[in-house]
Design a protein around this ligand. Sequence first.
Ligand code: PLP
Length: 220
Amino acid sequence: MSIKTNLSQLQSQLPNQVTLVAVSKTKPVADLMEAYAAGQRIFGENKIQEMAEKQQQMPKDIQWHMIGNVQRNKVKYMASFVDLIHGVDSLKLLNEINKQAEKNDRTISCLLQLKIAKEDTKSGMTLEDAHSIIDSDHFKSLKNISIVGVMGMASFTDNTTQIKEEFTALKNTFESLKEINPDLLEISMGMSGDFPLAIECGSTMIRVGSRIFGARNYTK
Ligand SMILES: *Cc1c(COP(=O)(O)O)cnc(C)c1O
């Protein structure tokens, strides 16, 4: 099946309010261009350097989302163009993003990554961490970042009851944080294997890779 066909099948399943981030990590620019030609404008990458290289080679009306773990010393390589950073999990990282955004005379939008999976491998902060950041005077003094929502990854399991519980926990966290920060709009949850469930639980943004571009080959 072609990338174009995969995309249109996927789009036809999505309610209007749900944004599709096409996760293109490890895929060549030619594949991304195929998605671009089919109308896709939002791409997600999990390595800053790979994203920066693709950004240079591709049309400038693309919105680039950083969906992976962010190393603080690499924020500078994406600060001039990144549209949304999904995986923000500390105040230290927010400080660095703010600093680099200021240098580029921009405001960078961020999502706070919450830990919802029971697995230890998935990173993210607790509701209490997120609360205390959003509530702090220090955070309020950072003028070049904007927190626009939350992001989470469910456990890698076939147990849909568990996945649903985890997504619902993220939705509830979102609602609770929205009470202190009404700017929050986005709940980034759902991937190729679990996006219908995520949408059912209130996702506004899904991050889908293999369902669009095919399986990834990490051995190359
Ligand atoms: C790779 C990745 C995805 C997409 O995964 P698929 O299963 O290929 O859809 C989504 N979110 C994050 C954070 C990822 O790293």
